[in-house]
Ligand binder design. Structure first.
Ligand SMILES: Nc1ncnc2c1ncn2[C@@H]1O[C@H](COP(=O)(O)OP(=O)(O)OP(=O)(O)O)[C@@H](O)[C@H]1O
Ligand SMILES: [Mg+2]
Length: 276
């Protein structure tokens, strides 16, 4: 385990109780989806996972060690755990994309050559090298989102936290972004993303933690969690569309009992090709 949240409770200053004794473990080089309906505490938990919020009760552990909240502790924590907020406008501030993406490395005290290297690599990883000189405010929402992610990956964090990565992107934009993130995971990065979309979790997560009302209802392998009808109903979510098709195809005998269930739209549609 890299990062663990243990029995976290948190209320906002106005008294709203957002997390009610929540525990979660994040493993290495994995893709974990934090799945839950609106208001279930997903964003609040992410803000605890990089030290932006401090729990009222409970602990965060990084590599088995309880984290500290002094300036130096937070700097080291955040260089290992990057956070990308849901709205890129909350994150971007520099006059050019290149400057924005290079902010983290520069702030960490790297020399200009290394800053440039880190910036170029991050822009390339997100396929936005051509935007380097543009002012962030003049970009499309999807482009801004990539710039915000590039800014986080420029620090080469071991773990990247993304709040609602698909929000505001069109279907192709989502597929493209998730493929780029999958590539970073193949290179060893761990990905944690929040979503209320069961289909996104099915296609892009190895593990799912199901949130409801500030608690974890269930956590486990994606297929196990997302095929559990009763659990999903309890969390006010529906079974993913592709799984629904796959299970129906099994029941009808078009899909062999042992054959894997489809996890994407393409795989589900391919099944229908085999239907009588
Ligand atoms: N700044 C805030 N002040 C007071 N209450 C807040 C604040 N931010 C969130 N909350 C409350 O905390 C609870 C959890 O909110 P949170 O934003 O973590 O949910 P979420 O799962 O991310 O929802 P969504 O899917 O809508 O993004 C909700 O009841 C919400 O009203
Ligand atoms: Mg949220």
């Amino acid at each position: 385990m890299i990062l663990q949240a243990l029995d976290i409770a948190y209320s906002y200053p106005d008294g709203t109780s957002a997390l009610k004794g929540l525990s979660l473990s994040v493993g290495r080089a994995r893709r974990l989806a934090i799945l839950g309906p609106n208001g279930s505490g997903k964003t609040t938990l992410l803000l605890h996972l990089n030290g932006t919020l401090k729990p009222e009760r409970g602990k965060i552990r990084l590599d088995g060690q309880a984290v500290g909240y002094q300036r130096a502790d937070l700097l080291s924590w955040r260089s290992q755990v990057g956070l990308v907020l849901q709205d890129p406008d909350d994150q971007l501030f520099a006059n050019s994309v290149g400057e924005d993406v290079g902010f983290g490395p520069r702030n960490a005290g790297l020399d200009e050559g290394r800053v440039q290297e880190a910036t170029d690599w991050a822009l390339k990883s997100l396929r936005i090298s051509q935007l380097a000189m543009r002012p962030p405010h003049a970009l499309s929402y999807g482009q801004k989102k990539r710039v915000a992610i590039a800014g986080a990956v420029a620090m080469r964090p071991r773990l990247l936290l993304l709040d609602e990565p698909s929000a505001g992107l069109d279907a192709r934009g989502v597929a493209h972004l998730m493929a780029l993130l999958d590539h970073l995971v193949e290179e060893g990065m761990t990905l944690v993303f929040t979503t209320h979309e069961v289909d996104l979790a099915l296609a892009h997560a190895d593990h799912v933690a199901l949130f409801y009302q500030g608690r974890v209802l269930a956590a486990g392998e994606t297929l196990d969690v997302l095929s559990d009808e009763a659990l999903l109903r309890e969390a006010r979510l529906k079974r993913p569309w592709a799984l629904e098709v796959g299970m129906k195809a099994r029941a009808k005998g078009w899909l062999h009992e042992e054959a894997p269930l489809p996890r994407t739209r393409e795989a589900a549609m391919a099944l229908l090709d085999g239907a009588p």
